[in-house]
Ligand binder design. Sequence first.
Ligand code: DSN
Length: 441
Amino acid sequence: MKDKKISVLINREKKRQKTGIELIPSENYASSEVRSVLSSYFVNKYSEGFPKKRYYGGNEVVDEMEILTQERAKKLFKVPFVNVQPYSGSPANLAVYIASCKPGETIMGQALVAGGHLTHGHSVSATSMFYKSVQYGVKINPSKGEDLFDYGEIRRLAKEHRPNLIWVGGTAHPLIFHYEKFADIADEIGAYLAADIAHVAGLIVGGVHPSPVKHVHIVTTTTHKTLRGPRGAMIMVTDKGLKKDPDLSVKIDKAVFPGLQGGPHDNQTAAIATALFEASQPSFKQYAKQVVRNSKELSKVLSSGGLKLIGGGSENHLILADLTSVMGLGSGVFVQKALDLVGLTLNKNTIPGEPSSPFYPSGVRLGTAASTTRGMKETEMQFIGKTIIEVIDIIKNVRLPVEKKERSKMIVEFESKLRKNKTIKVLRDKVKKVAVKFPIP
Ligand code: DSN
């Protein structure tokens, strides 16, 4: 029996992905092999527990598959232990808390507004409800070429609050992470250091971003961003982590199951194995290199078009643009919506020291992981960058109403007016023409 309604929606989504250009830096295109493994017979199985230690029968094949996934991850990331069962990044990070801290203990992470992640101790996340969270930020106005982190300030906070666990890693950080500097601080106070490499995992295995493995105790990652796998996550323990606590890997396993999760999604685990296989091929190194080249090229075009880029540009796959000088406070929503109309998908995002609010932030975040998977190179980045600047030029006089009640109505009107704009229609056609030249897997 065919589910026609879902078929229609799948086809519409496929068309949207094919005819537009994906710039959200946490998104990518999994290969058709990964998508096919996701819908394999593994979808039918329950396997609570871990290989050779299951609560259900019939797991002999699943055991082999999960061990294969673990071996591939260990080899690729050069770690002695991995748990490949977390459903996604947030549960993976929560498992790290359970394994390394008692409820109520202190943890420290990069603030979301400064480019961190909700699970690194944001006030609305379980990670600050059950733990005492201290947040560090980034420099608001760093000098040219300077690191965004103020290590003196991070060290001061660490010494004052003595967290048990420190996070390094973010979701809107355009520069390379210097893990060794965080390690110096964590080691000084005897804290666990966990690197959340969700955004840069593919760049690390591709050799274009440093690996945290030597410096940290725990590494978490999602598998669907630059790593280009299915949605999912992994938690790794390093040699340094096992030296600090020889039971750390057992604690991580227990935190994932039975601490937080039930049966692992075996189909997802198998698809992670396939993604790890793909990431170990020489072509993946070329991919990772091109992602960074594209991001640098796109940064150049956006900068010369008058946009202020946080960190002065990009050293990875990600760009964070501050729109305040061009369109005032809280204008990310207008740029996101206007670009959606031309088929360029990015997301509104807070900027360091956000002067507006997380729902109406003053920046946009974009990246090159997905477009590079389609084979786009510098020429296409120039086209994308120029189109973004052209769209911003059309809407540059729009301002977010100060009165909160007026905002949603005004945004609806803005969008419907822009939909009729002739230049926007022309740009939509141009984006489509470029996009369809680069097939999605
Ligand atoms: N949602 C992810 C991102 O977009 O970066 C973080 O979890």
